[in-house]
Design a protein around this ligand. Structure first.
Ligand SMILES: [Ca+2]
Length: 296
C-alpha cells in the first residue's frame, strides 16, 4: 500500500521570507490516492496535493525569493490579470530585443534531491500585443548543469539536456501561437536543439488573450536507453507524447531545474514591445491531471 518514506526539506529562502511554506515537502511515495488537480483551466490547486514540490501563484512580490535564480527584473511585473489568485506575472519582451528573462527553480539550490520524473503545470496567456513570428523559448525542465544542452551546446549524453517549451506562429491558424518542446537530447543530428511540435489535434496552437493551462511530464531515460518520456497537455487535453527519448547515458544527469524562460529568437528580435503572462505554477512528483497517468 503506502510507501511511507517521506522526506521533508525546509527551505532557507521560504523560512527567511516568512511566507507560506510553498516548498512543502517531497513525498517519494507511491500513495494509493485518487489523482488530484483541477479540471477547470484556471482552478486552484488543492492544498493537499500529493507529491507537491513547489507552487507559485505570483500574488505577492516575495515570489522572487521563492525561486533560486532570476534574470532581467526590469522586464517583470505583477499585474491584476490572474489565472489563480489575485495577480499574475507579466513578462515584457522589448522591441528589438530577445528577453524576456528567466525565473529558475533549481532543485539542488533549494536543498532538494534532483528528481528523475516531474509533473509541471503553469498557466500561460499571450497578450494582445503578442507576435510569435519565427518564435522563441518558453518554460520547461532542464539539466544543463551550465555545461551543455542549450544555446547550440550539443550534448553527448554525459553533460546536459533540456526540454524547454518553444513557440512560433501557428501554421494552421492565423494569429495563434504554436507550442513545442525545444529539446537538446543525446540523439541530435544538427547544430541546434530539435523542435517537437505539440501537434495532437492542433491543441498546441493557442489564441491570444486567454489563459491556458499547460501541463507537462518529463521522465529521464534509463541511462543509455531510448525510453525517456515527454508529454504535454493543453487545457487538460493531450497535445504531445514521446516515449523513446534519450536524454542521458549516465545516471547523474537528472532534472536539475524548472527553467521558466522567455526568449524571442534565434537570432531574430521582437518586432515590437510584447507581453506574456504567467501564473499558477506547480511542480509535483505525482500527477496533476487525472488523465496524466501514474509515474512510470
Ligand atoms: Ca496569481
Amino acid at each position: 500500500m503506502h510507501i511511507s518514506r517521506i522526506a521533508r526539506f525546509a527551505h532557507l529562502r521560504a523560512a527567511r521570507s516568512g511566507r507560506r511554506l510553498l516548498y512543502l515537502s517531497l513525498v517519494w511515495a507511491s500513495m494509493i490516492l485518487p489523482a488530484t488537480g483541477t479540471s477547470a483551466a484556471t482552478g486552484e490547486t488543492p492544498a493537499e496535493t500529493p507529491g507537491l514540490i513547489f507552487e507559485e501563484n505570483f500574488d505577492d512580490e516575495g515570489y522572487r525569493d521563492r525561486f533560486t535564480g532570476a534574470t532581467h527584473p526590469e522586464n517583470r511585473a505583477l499585474v491584476d490579470k490572474a489565472a489563480v489568485g489575485e495577480q499574475a506575472l507579466r513578462f515584457l519582451v522589448r522591441e528589438g530585443g530577445h528577453y524576456g528573462g528567466s525565473l529558475i527553480f533549481g532543485f539542488a539550490d533549494a536543498g532538494l534531491p534532483e528528481p528523475e520524473h516531474l509533473y509541471i503545470r503553469y498557466h500561460l496567456r499571450f497578450g494582445a500585443d503578442w507576435e510569435p513570428g519565427r518564435g522563441g523559448k518558453l518554460p520547461g525542465p532542464a539539466g544543463t548543469y551550465d555545461r551543455a544542452g542549450w544555446g547550440g551546446r550539443i550534448p553527448d549524453g554525459t553533460d546536459g539536456w533540456s526540454a524547454r517549451g518553444g513557440y512560433r506562429a501557428c501554421p494552421q491558424h492565423e494569429g495563434r501561437t504554436q507550442l513545442f518542446f525545444y529539446t537538446y537530447h543525446a540523439d541530435l543530428s544538427g547544430d541546434w536543439g530539435e523542435n517537437l511540435g505539440w501537434d495532437i489535434d492542433h491543441r498546441g496552437c493557442l489564441p491570444r488573450e486567454q489563459w491556458h493551462q499547460i501541463d507537462m511530464y518529463v521522465r529521464m531515460n534509463t541511462p543509455g536507453e531510448r525510453d525517456g518520456v515527454l508529454r504535454a497537455w493543453v487545457n487538460g487535453d493531450s497535445a504531445f507524447e514521446r516515449t523513446d527519448l534519450r536524454f542521458r547515458n549516465v545516471a547523474d544527469l537528472k532534472i536539475e531545474q524548472f527553467w521558466m524562460n522567455l526568449y524571442h529568437g534565434g537570432s531574430w528580435t521582437a518586432p515590437r514591445d510584447m507581453h506574456v503572462y504567467w501564473d499558477g505554477i506547480v511542480l509535483s512528483s505525482e500527477p496533476l491531471l487525472e488523465r496524466a497517468g501514474r509515474p512510470e
